[in-house]
Design a protein around this ligand. Structure first.
Ligand SMILES: Cc1ncc(COP(=O)(O)O)c(C=O)c1O
Length: 478
């Protein structure tokens, strides 16, 4: 599971309730305040220096924006910060936190992108447990790693993802990253420093963190593609931009499969055409692979990357081990750079190391050591592959079973059956989402993206029924 952003829920403060609700309504007019949103947080150390250590109770909704408004004039004069504008919380984390707070036993949480088994759990894999046991017994030091991370991890993951026989780049460089997000960040920062155009094309729709990560590095983000309310791909529009609008040296951020948030992947033919057009237009691809093995399978999911790495002058692979190794909070991923020109990727390596060194010095060792050991150990690797295949099969079954409920749900769900990976989109209005939360304890982010792994035999029919009630609801209000 992802680490929680703020503290644990606790008691209500009825004396401040009126004030809290008023603030809540002001900032979030669409959301009905409710007492269960009262939250207990401790402010960060920098706030303590201004206000002295104390605990206060504030509504969950305001947890991210409240600290500023709690700085009274007197304390603000003492603050080293001139201005600290309020920002809105990440809408996905916000609704995930609401789901965590809801104690109703029938709750269905379809928010954060974590795999869940049929019991709604995100268990530690057996292969991971065995690797951890091995580490506990054999680890002899906690001394620093290099900026590249765990050597065995870098070696094993490179050989596993880009075996020499399948990929014909001249050289490849791998650096362990702080999850897939860290890998994207490293790539973006490097490309912002060393490309002339400093422009990245990010498809519509995209993972909600793609644009923030690219912009944080200083790149200019341009969008390509177009989609309907189900986020379905528009191949001709996509190709037009690649061929006619993007300039040589621009960057393009692509998800080869298990598209987040839609699950609507390119066909093989479309992917080949996109890869060829990117190469012909001399774009620099960043391939974001965060669900390897959860779509068509380990081989087919990565073969799309092989095609690009075998042809591109330079290509970046951002790889996350969060989902397929179920190692979310260990923050393990990799950035792999491949190039056709001998020496190019090698020349890039010290720059990536320098960026990592300045940002965080080195990645944590635990997750990388686990993945490295699993991949290096034949028996453990087999166990992991079986565990991954179970996850993939379960997701496939949920897709087809949910799609079979379309009559009950009263809406077309064929796109769910056709999709791949963990997600699908449902066109739901803000009112629909609030209705689902309040009446049915069903939590879906404002984008309408559904984590299908949150569905199981025990809740699928109820979810479909709740969707059908939305149809009635809009019919009544129409
Ligand atoms: C498409 C995509 N890329 C990258 C990531 C980042 O993964 P990580 O949690 O390893 O940082 C995610 C996580 O949800 C994702 O969906």
């Amino acid at each position: 599971m992802f680490l929680s952003k703020i503290g644990t829920p606790c008691k209500f403060l009825s004396s401040t309730m009126e004030y809290e609700h008023e603030t809540l309504r002001k900032h979030h007019p669409m959301q009905e305040p409710c007492n269960s949103h009262i939250f207990h947080i401790q402010f960060s150390p920098c706030y303590f220096t201004v206000r002295k250590k104390r605990e206060i109770e504030i509504p969950f909704y305001n947890a991210w924006i409240q600290p500023y408004s709690w700085l009274h004039d007197e304390s603000r004069n003492m603050s080293p910060l001139k201005s600290l504008p309020a920002i809105l919380p990440d809408p996905l984390l916000q609704v995930a936190q609401l789901a965590r707070l809801d104690r109703r036993p029938e709750k269905i949480d379809l928010t954060i992108g974590v795999y869940r088994d049929q019991h709604g759990q995100t268990p530690v894999l057996e292969s991971v447990k065995s690797a951890e046991k091995h580490l506990l017994e054999t680890e002899r030091t906690k001394s620093y790693l290099s900026t590249d991370g765990v050597e065995q991890f870098c070696e094993e993951i490179t050989g596993f993802l880009l075996p020499r026989g399948e990929v014909t780049c001249s050289d490849i460089v791998t650096i362990q990253a702080v999850g897939g997000t860290g890998a994207l960040s490293l790539a973006a920062e490097f490309l912002c420093r060393f490309t002339k155009n400093r422009t990245v094309w990010v498809p519509v729709p995209a993972w909600s963190n793609h644009v923030p990560v690219m912009e944080r590095s200083g790149l200019t983000v341009r969008r390509l593609g177009r989609s309907d309310s189900l986020g379905r791909r528009d191949f001709p529009a996509f190709m037009r931009v690649i061929r006619h609008q993007a300039r040589p040296g621009d960057i393009i951020l692509l998800q080869p499969g298990c598209h987040n948030p839609t699950g609507d992947d390119w066909t093989d033919e479309e992917w080949s055409a996109i890869a060829d057009a990117c190469i012909a237009s001399r774009l620099i691809p960043i391939l974001d692979v965060a669900y390897h093995g959860l779509g068509r399978g380990l081989h087919d999911d990565i073969s799309r990357v092989h095609r690009v790495f075998s042809q591109a002058e330079i290509a970046f692979l951002s790889y996350s081990c969060s989902k397929n190794f179920s190692l979310y909070r260990e923050r393990v991923g990799a950035l792999i750079v491949g190039g056709l020109k001998r020496g190019l990727a090698m020349a890039i390596h010290p720059h990536l190391s320098a960026i990592a060194r300045a940002a965080y010095s080195m990645p944590p060792s635990h997750g990388g050591s686990i993945v490295g050991h699993i991949l290096a150990n034949e028996a453990l690797r087999r166990i992991w592959i079986d565990e991954l295949a179970d996850m993939q099969n379960r997701l496939g079954k949920i897709r087809s079973t949910f799609a079979c409920h379309q009559a009950l749900a009263g809406r077309d769900l064929r796109h769910v059956a056709d999709g791949h990976g963990m997600f699908t989109l449902l066109p739901l209005s803000e009112q629909n989402l609030i209705h689902l939360r309040k009446k049915h304890a069903i939590y879906i982010p404002s984008s309408g993206r559904i984590n299908l792994a949150g569905l199981n035999a025990g809740n699928l029919s109820r979810f479909a029924y709740a969707l059908s009630q939305l149809n009635n609801q809009s019919a009544v209000s129409a």
